[in-house]
Design a protein around this ligand. Structure first.
Ligand code: HEC
Ligand code: HEC
Ligand code: HEC
Length: 436
């Protein structure tokens, strides 16, 4: 298998690309787009019955964040139609499907067995599904939990809505190329508890790697867009839809115990609080995490949030981000920019201020292996999801796109990436220009 994989990666890349493209991405609209509102969470009416299986299914569907991917901005919950792209933009666009119980356009005619098969193997009644649908994570979800989600989805309002037709590659018979991709990269199978770990840890691992599908964004992918299992949750670039036909890269940070650029400085309580409320002493949510928290993680029970945190705290550290050298002149000019534009909120010490701003010293966003999220924050500001307005949260951070040039933003980013023991590779004006 390894040799075959290597051969294909090196030799027949173009060919298999046609058969195997896909990259998951969740959020229809980022928070920080000029002229676009911070997305309100999708308003899903509560499950109409008191059937305990349906109620469990509702909770599990929230953990899987089905609604974020299967609902267009302002549309009916679960009716599908959200566009998805891979980093290979020329491959075309695919759309999420209607998973309401409508018989014609939804999954109303699906049996429970059809549904379980799709969630566990990525195989629908009409052939293989693309892994933008994160079945590579959902395969770990227990059969019982999948059946509860099915029971819940049977109770949501049926909506007659046909998603737009997939374009280019995703429209054609290339779907069947997924069989090759699955053979190479997909390990089908339920989560197996690790007997050497606590029950809490196992619950956390089950949620993070199963329904939570954190790795869909936080794990880097190979050229054929399969997650690199050796770099589990090391951080990865994800494209986010900002407007019709417009995409912006974000860096979904390293979630392992790395000191510089990972969650090494966050306690388990910091992690629990961020996931559940969108806010902790290190920062608040913005960008693609807004939807993950508003539509999914904020619904978690405290026990589940603690379990996720316990598991995440145990992830072995990925390498630190590399340090950079600035010349004295560069440093002086960059320090002046920081003083002028950032210091009022983030302080000269980089520690931020009570009710003002989170620290940039030690910030995971600031020290990302890829600077994409840091650049976005400076260009477009940062704003939490509207529904998450926890007491004690900061205000929003303004956008600097009209106040600073690309060179200035690169300089201030480098200052933040090389001060107060922070590390991070050099950001160039060209990097910034790509995000405009
Ligand atoms: C990251 C985005 C994403 C998330 C999260 C997601 N889906 Fe999907 N889903 C998709 C996309 C995209 C497709 C279409 C795939 C294709 O056309 O091959 C899809 C397809 C499906 C299908 C196949 C439907 C059909 O008509 O063929 C089912 C069933 C499904 N999803 C159920 C779910 C459930 C249940 C959840 C939550 C537990 C969920 N999805 C979460 C993106 C997502
Ligand atoms: C749709 C893609 C996506 C998914 C799914 C996702 N994340 Fe994220 N995450 C991001 C991005 C992008 C960032 C960095 C920018 C931001 O905060 O939006 C991030 C940032 C974070 C941060 C750091 C925040 C900070 O301020 O330093 C944590 C912690 C985190 N994610 C945890 C998780 C966990 C746990 C899961 C799974 C339950 C998860 N994420 C699922 C995209 C995602
Ligand atoms: C008016 C106050 C204000 C100013 C000025 C400001 N920021 Fe911020 N900044 C914030 C707030 C508030 C947040 C948190 C937003 C959220 O939680 O959604 C933030 C978040 C950040 C983050 C993310 C931290 C993390 O780890 O989550 C970075 C990095 C950052 N700012 C850098 C800068 C830089 C660089 C400048 C100067 C160019 C700057 N900020 C100017 C208020 C400010």
């Amino acid at each position: 298998m390894t040799t075959l994989r290597k051969l294909i990666v090196e030799g027949a890349l173009a060919l298999v690309l046609f058969a195997a493209p896909v990259m998951a991405q969740d959020a229809p609209v980022t928070t920080n787009t000029p002229g676009v509102d911070v997305p309100a969470p999708v308003d899903v009416p509560p499950a109409p019955t008191v059937d305990p299986q349906v109620q469990r299914g509702e909770y599990l569907a929230q953990m899987g964040n089905c609604v974020s991917c299967h609902t267009v901005h302002g549309g009916e919950p679960f009716a599908g139609g959200l566009p998805f792209k891979t980093p290979y933009m020329f491959l075309g666009t695919m759309y999420s499907t209607n998973i309401t119980p409508d018989e014609e356009t939804g999954i109303g005619t699906w049996t429970e067995a059809d549904f379980v098969k799709a969630m566990h193997t990525g195989e629908g009644p009409n052939g293989p599904l693309y892994p933008a649908f994160p079945y590579t994570s959902f395969t770990k979800v227990s059969e019982d939990d999948v059946k509860a989600i099915y029971a819940y989805l049977r109770t949501v309002k049926p909506v007659k809505a046909e998603p737009p037709s997939n374009s280019f590659i995703f429209a054609g018979p290339f779907r069947f190329g997924m069989k090759i991709w699955n053979a190479l990269f997909f390990d089908e199978g339920r989560y197996v508890a690790d007997a050497s770990q606590s029950e809490e840890w196992n619950r956390g691992a089950y949620l993070v790697n199963g329904l939570g599908h954190c790795s869909a964004c936080h794990t880097p992918r190979n050229a054929l867009l399969a997650e690199k299992s050796a770099e589990h949750l090391w951080g990865a670039v994800v494209p986010d839809v900002v407007a019709e036909g417009e995409y912006r890269p974000w860096y979904a940070v390293n979630l392992t115990q790395t000191q510089n650029g990972g969650l090494g400085g966050w306690s388990a309580e910091d992690i629990r609080k961020y996931l559940k409320t969108g806010h902790n002493r290190w920062g608040g949510s913005f960008g693609p995490m807004n939807e993950v928290i508003a539509n999914s993680l904020s619904h978690m029970t405290d026990e589940d949030a603690k379990a996720m945190a316990a598991y995440i705290k145990s992830l072995p550290a990925a390498p630190d981000t590399p340090a950079q050298q600035m010349t004295d002149e560069e440093r002086e000019a960059a320090a002046a920019l920081y003083k002028k534009h950032c210091e009022e909120c983030h302080a000269a010490s980089g520690r931020g201020g009570f009710m003002k701003a989170p620290p940039v010293a030690g910030s995971v966003i600031a020290q990302g292996r890829d600077p994409a999220s840091l650049i976005n924050v400076i260009l477009y500001g940062a704003e939490p999801a509207k529904s998450l307005n926890p007491p004690g949260a900061w205000e929003t951070m303004r956008a600097f796109r009209d106040r600073m040039t690309d060179e200035e933003i690169a300089a201030v980013a480098n200052y933040v990436r090389s001060s107060w023991k922070n590390t991070g590779s050099k950001v160039t004006a060209q990097d910034v220009a790509r995000h405009r």
